[in-house]
Design a protein around this ligand. Structure first.
Ligand code: NAP
Length: 266
């Protein structure tokens, strides 16, 4: 993608862009493009959250129906650039975006959020996925905090001997949960003080987390360090990317330089 970069062409009409969202970066980008007449942007959400945060641009919700269908959607909507600002664990959506943009010739940038790295005092154990995390907690009963998406909670039904405290934005649906689980419904960001209090009051011994990166939900990791709590860190999937950018602002800079569709003969 980088090699295709060209000087900005003066556009007669606003550039039609698709932002693949569900993250803070996607919301930041939506804010940046909302008042910019050069862009006509649509934000796409997976539709996992019952009440997503209000957004200042047109929003669509739910899957496209796979990579081919996304390619059709890009053509039908005459999209001229895509920014993949999906979560670091949303690897299927990113693979579909790379495929669809490759097939249609639409330039693609991907906001890549660096992972957290362990610092002295952290006791992290890397696990491949939620199933491996459930196994790694151990045979003896523990008090476990599951700070995960609703989709992953079901894996812990396979380790029913533990007491679980789960936290997600919405009530889990269509998932067979472990028998001894209490859910907290909350949306970040969270403070270190509040997370430390929660982990201490709930006598948590093991924290299961994704390595989401960023600052909004890092407090639980810092709190676990302070309290000496073991963290089972679910490894990141390999995510396909277009032109990598580090932030919403970098994505805007890229959009200003993305080659117009007409230069690529599509
Ligand atoms: P995924 O596995 O990459 O995506 C599965 C399917 O969901 C995609 O193939 C696509 O369906 C649809 N999809 C995903 N993101 C979409 C978007 N922005 N717009 C339209 N459709 C979208 O991602 P996931 O199942 O949503 O989540 C995977 C992991 O990421 C989980 O661990 C989850 O907790 C975490 N996560 C996701 C989000 C999010 O907003 N998606 C936010 C926070 C955390 P089609 O193939 O039908 O197009």
């Amino acid at each position: 993608m980088d090699s295709q970069r060209e000087p900005v062409q003066v556009a007669r009409s606003a550039m039609r862009i698709l932002i693949l969202g569900g993250t803070i970066e996607a919301s930041e980008l939506a804010k940046l493009v909302a008042d910019d007449k050069r862009f006509d942007a649509t934000l796409s959400l997976a539709g996992r959250t019952m009440k997503p945060r209000p957004q200042p641009i047109a929003t669509r919700s739910g899957g496209f129906g796979g990579a081919e269908a996304l390619a059709r959607w890009l053509r039908d909507e005459k999209i001229e650039a895509v920014v993949d600002a999906t979560h670091p664990y949303a690897d299927k959506m990113s693979a579909n975006a790379v495929f669809a943009c490759g097939q249609t010739g639409v330039p693609l940038a991907s906001i890549v959020r660096p992972p957290w790295t362990a610092v002295p005092g952290d006791t992290w154990q890397s696990v491949a996925d939620a199933d491996a995390a459930a196994h790694a907690i151990g045979t003896r009963p523990h008090r476990v905090f599951l700070s995960l998406g609703r989709q992953e909670l079901g894996a812990f039904a396979a380790a029913p001997q533990h007491h679980y405290l789960g936290r997600s934005v919405d009530e889990p649906r269509c998932v067979a949960l472990p028998p001894d689980i209490r859910m907290l419904l909350a949306r970040g960001p969270f403070t270190i003080d509040a997370e430390t209090r929660l982990l201490r009051d709930e006598k948590i011994e093991v924290l299961v987390s994704k390595n989401s990166g960023g600052t909004a939900i890092y407090a639980k990791i810092a709190a676990a360090r302070t309290l000496g709590i073991r963290v089972l860190m679910i490894a990141r999937p390999d995510k396909a990317t277009g032109h990598p950018v580090a932030s919403a602002q970098e994505a805007i800079d890229w959009l200003h330089h993305a080659p117009p569709r007409s230069l690529r003969g599509v």
